[in-house]
Design a protein around this ligand. Structure first.
Ligand SMILES: [Zn+2]
Length: 385
C-alpha cells in the first residue's frame, strides 16, 4: 500500500503530478522510498537538496565532518551560518527547510565495514557521494552483498563520471569496471588537485536523477553505462559496461563474501582531506623545522607542489620540484644533504619521500601537514588553502 498525499503535498508536488510518467502514483512511490546518501560534501549537497525537494520520504545522511570555510565553494547545502557545525546537521536543517514533510536520518559517523550493514539496512538505494577509493569499494561491496542499487559519481577538476551499479541481474558493479584500486598517490584527491565548484553540482544532480528514475521505474538508467562528462569540452560520452563473470564480488565465484578492510585494500585513508604523515621517524613539524632553520642548520627544502601553487604561498629558500618531475630530476639533489620535502598538506610530499627513499636517500624528512601547517604554526602571514 502506497502512502497517501495530503492536500498540501498535492500542491507542493503539482509539477510532478502533471507529468504522466510520474503522476499521483509516482509521487506516492517517491514518498514511500528511502535513499541513503553517503557524504554530504560536493556530490552529497545537490543529491540531498533535490531528493528532499522531490519528496523522497526517508533520506539518510552519513558524514562525520564539520562544515569548513573551504567547503562553501561547492558544497551548496551548507552556508556561513552553519560553519563549524556537523555537516549532517547542517544538511538536515536545510533539507527540512525545503521540505518538512520528509524524514531525514543522520549518521554522524565515518562509514565503515563495521557499521555499513546497520546504517544501510533501512534504505532501498545507496548514493555514493564520497569520492574516495576505500569508501567507494566499501559502498560497492555493501550494495552487491545486500542487493541494493549503487548510484555512483566521481569528480576531479573539470571531469566527472556517473553510473548506476548493481541495479538488477545484468547490472555490473564498480569492481567489474575497476577490479583493483589505483596505486596509492596515483590519483590525486580534490583536496590536492582541486575541483571546479560547479562540477559536483552537475554530477550530483545526475545521481539524484538516476535515483528518482530507479524509484519510479521509468526511462533508461545508467546501469551498464559509464557517463564521462567534461565541463571544459561540455561533452557527455558513454562507455558500455559489462558484468564481469570473474568479478571478485558479483561474479560467478565471488571471493569477497563479506566486507573487508578497505583502507588496507586501497592503501590509503577513507577520506580526501587527511594531511599526510610519513610516520614519526620521517616527519618533521613546522615548528621544529623553523627552530632548525633559525639555528642555522643546513637543510635543503624541496617544494613538490605544482608551479601555480607558488602564487598562493611559498616558504623562502625552498626549491620547486613538482612531484611528477621528481624521479627525472633526482640528480639535482645530493643524498648527503638533509632534505625536507613539503607540499600543501603533506600527502604529495609523503609520496616524494617514498620516491627518494627507494632511490637510496636516507637524510630525508616530510613536513607534517605541509605548507598549510607552516602557515598555521610559523608564518600566519601566509594563507591556508
Ligand atoms: Zn562486479
Amino acid at each position: 500500500m502506497l502512502p497517501t498525499l495530503s492536500h498540501d503535498e498535492i500542491l507542493r508536488y503539482s509539477r510532478h503530478l502533471l507529468i504522466p510518467e510520474v503522476g499521483l502514483e509516482g509521487q506516492q512511490k517517491l514518498k514511500a522510498a528511502s535513499v541513503l546518501v553517503i557524504g554530504t560534501g560536493g556530490l552529497g549537497s545537490p543529491v540531498a537538496l533535490y531528493l528532499a525537494a522531490a519528496g523522497i520520504g526517508r533520506i539518510g545522511l552519513v558524514d562525520y565532518d564539520v562544515v569548513d570555510f573551504s567547503n562553501l565553494q561547492r558544497q551548496v547545502i551548507h552556508g556561513e551560518s552553519t560553519l563549524g557545525k556537523l555537516k549532517v546537521e547542517s544538511a538536515r536543517q536545510r533539507m527540512l527547510d525545503i521540505n518538512p514533510d520528509i524524514q531525514v536520518d543522520v549518521y554522524n559517523e565515518m562509514f565503515t565495514s563495521e557499521n555499513a550493514f546497520r546504517i544501510a539496512d533501512p534504505y532501498d538505494i545507496i548514493i555514493d557521494g564520497t569520492d574516495n577509493f576505500p569508501t567507494r569499494y566499501l559502498t560497492n561491496d555493501l550494495c552487491v552483498l545486500t542487493g541494493k542499487p549503487n548510484v555512483y559519481g566521481s569528480i576531479y577538476r573539470f571531469d566527472g563520471q556517473a553510473s548506476v551499479f548493481n541495479a538488477g541481474d545484468d547490472s555490473p558493479c564498480y569492481r567489474c569496471l575497476f577490479p583493483e584500486p589505483p596505486p596509492p598517490g596515483l590519483v590525486p584527491s580534490c583536496a590536492e588537485g582541486g575541483v571546479l565548484g560547479i562540477l559536483p553540482g552537475t554530477i550530483g544532480t545526475i545521481q539524484a536523477t538516476e535515483a528518482i528514475k530507479l524509484i519510479l521505474g521509468i526511462g533508461e538508467s545508467l546501469s551498464g553505462k559509464l557517463l564521462l562528462y567534461s565541463a571544459l569540452d561540455m561533452s557527455f560520452d558513454f562507455v558500455k559496461l559489462r558484468k564481469n563473470p570473474n568479478c571478485k564480488v558479483c561474479g560467478e565465484h565471488p571471493e569477497v563474501t563479506t566486507l573487508i578492510d578497505y583502507e588496507q585494500f586501497c592503501g590509503m585513508p577513507a577520506n580526501d582531506h587527511d594531511s599526510g604523515s610519513a610516520g614519526d621517524e620521517w616527519d618533521i613539524s613546522a615548528t621544529e623545522l623553523k627552530a632548525r632553520l633559525d639555528a642555522g642548520d643546513a637543510l635543503h627544502l624541496i617544494d613538490v607542489r605544482e608551479p601555480h601553487e607558488l602564487a598562493i604561498s611559498r616558504i623562502p629558500g625552498a626549491d620547486l620540484i613538482p612531484l611528477g618531475q621528481l624521479a627525472a630530476r633526482m640528480h639535482e639533489l645530493n643524498s648527503a644533504d638533509e632534505i625536507v620535502l613539503f607540499c600543501k598538506i603533506g600527502t604529495r610530499s609523503v609520496r616524494a619521500l617514498e620516491v627518494l627513499a627507494s632511490a637510496g636517500f636516507r637524510k630525508i624528512k616530510n613536513l607534517d601537514g605541509g605548507i598549510n601547517a607552516w602557515a598555521e604554526e610559523v608564518d600566519p602571514s601566509l594563507p591556508i588553502y
